[in-house]
Design a protein around this ligand. Sequence first.
Ligand code: HEM
Length: 113
Amino acid sequence: MELLRDALLFIHLVGFAALFGGAFVQIRDDSRVVNSAMLHGALTQVVSGILLVGVIEGIDEGMDYTKIAVKFAIGLVVALLCWVNRRKPEVPHGLFWGIFALTLANVAVAVFW
Ligand code: HEM
């Protein structure tokens, strides 16, 4: 089970890299989109995150459910925003920076909480 947890955490970190990287490469652009790296990264975070919770519960490592609830809520909002705006030729600046900030917020929750 530890190997499965580590494999899921690996996928979770790759998903974060795709989501963050897909946004980061656009920060200097005038016009920004939800590109496929962001969309697939965001969806990967939700799926791998839920599976991680299941496996960690399975190995009974103890879990801070409030932390996970916050991460789930933020992850779901990011995934929904990416999904709804996936075909738009351009997204509003506020929405782009919202996705960017929420992604960083979820990393901060994962690391510092
Ligand atoms: C924008 C979405 C998300 C981002 C950027 C993100 C980022 C991260 C990062 C960077 C870590 C590794 C932290 C470390 O090892 O110190 C992590 C761990 C974790 N994440 Fe997420 N996450 C997201 C969404 C989610 C969701 C939706 C869930 C659950 C429903 C979730 C559950 C977890 C769990 C359980 C761990 C801990 C794994 C462990 O300790 O082995 N994450 N997350």
